[in-house]
Design a protein around this ligand. Sequence first.
Ligand SMILES: Cc1cc2nc3c(=O)[nH]c(=O)nc-3n(C[C@H](O)[C@H](O)[C@H](O)COP(=O)(O)OP(=O)(O)OC[C@H]3O[C@@H](n4cnc5c(N)ncnc54)[C@H](O)[C@@H]3O)c2cc1C
Ligand code: FES
Ligand code: FES
Length: 504
Amino acid sequence: MGRQPVRRKIRFWLNDELVELEGFGPSMNVLDFLRLEKGLRGSKEGCGEGDCGACTVLVGRLVDGYLTYESVNSCIRFVASLDGCHLVTIEHLRGENGKLHPVQEQMVLHHGSQCGFCTPGIVMSLYGLWMSNPDALESDVKMALQGNLCRCTGYGPIIRAAGAVLQAGGQRFDPLLAERRKMQERLEKLADGRRVEICRGGEMEKGGDRGLAILPSDVDDLAEVLLQYPGATIVGGATDVGLWVNKQLRELEVLVFISHLGELQGFEKKGRELVLGAAASYSSVLPAIERHLPQLRELWERIGGQQVRNMGTIGGNIANGSPIGDTPPALIALGGSLVLRRGQERRSILLEDYFLAYGRQDIREGEFIESIRIPLPGGEEFFAVYKLSKRREEDISTLCGAFRVRLENNRVDEITIAFGGMAEIPKRARAAEKALKGAEWNNAGIGRGAQGLREDFVPLSDVRGSAQYRMLAAKNLLQRFYLESTGRYNGGKSRDHAEKTAAG
Ligand SMILES: Cc1cc2nc3c(=O)[nH]c(=O)nc-3n(C[C@H](O)[C@H](O)[C@H](O)COP(=O)(O)OP(=O)(O)OC[C@H]3O[C@@H](n4cnc5c(N)ncnc54)[C@H](O)[C@@H]3O)c2cc1C
Ligand code: FES
Ligand code: FES
């Protein structure tokens, strides 16, 4: 059966209104669309780079046939990615009989707002939590607010308001929840499985391809599109690409969106491997991480804020080639590999071989990452990953170290160590591994491994940390790993000892 004809417009629900849009620029962001085109100015622009949360909105989409709402940063989200979704803004919130919504009401009662600039974003984040998890704990509230910056009220009153709203309940009166079935049916009607192409100014028929947004119909179609436009920019969650547009003012000619493709989502455990779809968001694979790789949970919860985790993808974190991306060190230490696809051809490479040099990765024109395969550590192995950053949350790493060891008779049978933030690419510490292999798993052995790190890395000094700091911290992380593996790490109290031994 031939392919269905291409659709030239996107269709989505904005609050209660069906929106059909064509001929817009591929990199128009949702916040500009709301404020400038629709006159909905409740969502605010603070940073324009996904950091402050003032622009938070909810996006509802069908996941495995079920309508799911997530908080996202509208400033870095491209409008084209809304095809088939329900966009919910602060203007849509209302309580029973036109009263304040319970989240708004508790924010008022608990004095959760002063200047009010951050308030719509905070209300939307709390609304998202209240809808999806009525039994949320204070720790869940803090997680939901990681990506929302408030400069003047302080978080105490906001967290108290959140606690009160969770206790107050009232979800059954919420229009979004009450009308979920209806909205689900509306979105199902929009899902026609067709490729969408939007050309700026609607010039497609005249042969123009300047300013093109393409939403392939499925993964095979994506492979075709990328052969046709090998220089196109793939857009996963846009948590990097959105910043290229907003902050670097880059003009992107052809954007190919992939986050709507079910085949690139999700996860599967195959034997001793966990396979993640390249366009799976951090939030969507959290259940798999909790179940199969609990050692990564803390790292996961410290990547960006909730909105970034709802949008950002694992494939994007790898493909961007950043030396300080958080997942590569852990996935390299675990022996992870990538499945890359170009047209109908697939090849598999070890993740550690993907990073060639700063800004250069082993990916060809027209190729994309299809999935990430992660061997799960065996019961006899000890694995850990540590992220050091200036702020605990909503901050990228200064340094990230991942370690996996298998011992036999207290000697190192196999060890893999990988660091981010120590070189121009995420990289294995081969000299340290060599020094440790076969060595006794004790302080003396670890000291020799720490010496090896000096051969492996000549770190840079930058605003996040000096070269000296990075080297000392890397050695200390190795020491911490050793202490944890022997059950002797006691929450940082042994730090002096660790510094003495590892600084060597
Ligand atoms: C506020 C904020 C906080 C952040 N905090 C962190 C953090 O704590 N830790 C961290 O590691 N990162 C962080 N980031 C960076 C970013 O969120 C992550 O790197 C994220 O995983 C990128 O994924 P994405 O899908 O949004 O990428 P996109 O922006 O969509 O794409 C990034 C790059 O990858 C390419 N690409 C995407 N998918 C594929 C694919 N399947 N095949 C080939 N190429 C592809 C794109 O073309 C582009 O070059 C943060 C970003 C923001 C804005
Ligand atoms: S404006 Fe700051 S996160 Fe969007
Ligand atoms: S109330 Fe002013 S920034 Fe939060």
